[in-house]
Design a protein around this ligand. Structure first.
Ligand SMILES: CC(C)(COP(=O)(O)OP(=O)(O)OC[C@H]1O[C@@H](n2cnc3c(N)ncnc32)[C@H](O)[C@@H]1OP(=O)(O)O)[C@@H](O)C(=O)NCCC(=O)NCCS
Length: 162
């Protein structure tokens, strides 16, 4: 498994993931409905934006997902991740990617804290946070744009000095 910055050749994969209703539901949003060319402009400008760090997750010679570090504030940031193909979930790729991202955030970026959140029914993501040394620090209510319903979300964090 490796992490690398995204480039133009990743646009179609990113678009496919953002159109996938299952992935959208796990993120509490609706699948994107804009055209591929409009999405291309959005992705390319987001991937240039230095306040968000996006990574393509590669395994077995393929781009299998995406991870993002964003919301940089008070010596910390947030982490988001998805593995696109269903058949590649549950094989340890996200745990490995989260470990690398935390190492990068604490090392190269010199941050003290990485935050994460997930829906209370996303047991897989909770397991990833736990395996990667995050602790649950609270909960909240998320209004999902996927189905306009309220869900409980859980907040996690990993501190460098913990
Ligand atoms: C959540 C997600 C990123 C995890 O990635 P992954 O590569 O599948 O995760 P890993 O294989 O590293 O670890 C998953 C862990 O959850 C466990 N798990 C799988 N299904 C589970 C379930 N239904 N209940 C509890 N644990 C479960 C696995 O056994 C594994 O733990 P283990 O190593 O102790 O056995 C990925 O499944 C995904 O992209 N899902 C859809 C999008 C999403 O939910 N993104 C996160 C939004 S916050």
């Amino acid at each position: 498994m490796t992490l690398r910055p995204p480039n133009e050749s990743d646009v179609e994969a990113a678009y496919g993931w953002d159109k996938d209703p299952e992935l959208a539901a796990w993120n509490g949003r609706s699948p994107i409905s804009i055209s591929l060319s409009a999405a291309r402009r959005d992705y390319l400008s987001r991937w240039e934006d230095r306040s968000v760090k996006t990574f393509i997750i590669e395994a077995e010679g393929e781009s299998i997902g995406m991870a993002t570090l964003y919301g940089f504030r008070q010596n910390g940031c947030e982490l988001g991740i998805k593995i696109g193909p269903k058949t590649l979930r549950g094989r340890g790729f996200a745990s490995e990617a989260v470990d690398l991202l935390v190492e990068y955030a604490f090392g190269a970026l010199n941050l003290k804290l990485v935050r994460g959140s997930t829906l209370a029914h996303n047991h897989r993501m909770q397991r990833v946070f736990e395996k990667c040394g995050f602790v649950e620090v609270g909960d909240g209510t998320l209004f999902s744009r996927y189905d306009n319903r309220r869900y409980t979300e859980l907040f996690y964090e990993r501190r460098r000095d913990a």
